[in-house]
Design a protein around this ligand. Structure first.
Ligand SMILES: [Fe+2]
Length: 185
């Protein structure tokens, strides 16, 4: 399950109801799909898409998405640092950013319209929708691994528009995870 930190309040949420409510208040949809299909997280992309075809069709209906793919990032990905540098600065898109995490982890920061900044660490089984126009940035965790189903309304709309605010520089791209939290509390 995701771990959400409300950065300005230094408050960490690990309860799904609190997480869903807090993210919804910032316009972010969060759902927990316990990986409900008996498929290995390293299965070929077409098998992943086939296994989750019903969920994908439901999302397409709800959000007007027309296509889905699987992004696979690991330390062996060519040009990984250049790829990450595109998304680790505050930006927005002209379409929603929708991810269902299959494997690995990642850290979204959301800069909400009310000024609050939320850090959302996602892991396998998490669905997140960042609506178009929402200011955000993204980092990998220390294992530099994530695999996710992506949905698009229009591939052309998913170009980052940068704010050049440098707000992102005020927040450490550090993932902790539930395991870390349970060890330290
Ligand atoms: Fe983005």
């Amino acid at each position: 399950m995701a771990v959400v930190t409300i950065c300005n309040e230094n408050k960490t949420l690990t309860n799904i109801d609190e997480i869903t409510t807090s993210l919804a208040a910032c316009g972010i949809d969060y759902e927990r799909w316990t990986p409900s299909h008996p498929i290995a997280d390293n299965a070929p992309a077409d098998e992943i898409l086939r296994a989750y075809s019903q969920e994908i069709e439901d999302l397409k209906t709800r959000g007007g998405y027309v296509t889905a793919d699987v992004i696979d990032v690991s330390p062996a990905t060519p040009g990984l640092d250049a790829m990450l540098a595109k998304f680790n600065r505050e930006h927005w898109h002209d379409e929603d950013e929708v991810r269902f995490i299959i494997a690995g982890r990642g850290l979204f920061h959301i800069h909400a319209a009310n000024g609050a900044v939320l850090a959302i660490e996602v892991e396998a089984g998490d669905l997140i929708r960042v609506p178009r126009g929402t200011l955000h940035w993204f980092n990998l965790c220390d294992d530099r691994r994530i695999r996710a189903i992506r949905l698009f309304q229009d591939m052309a709309g998913w170009t980052p528009h940068y704010t050049d605010s440098h707000v992102d520089e005020n927040f450490l791209p550090v993932c902790f995870g539930l395991a870390h939290l349970s060890m330290t509390t």
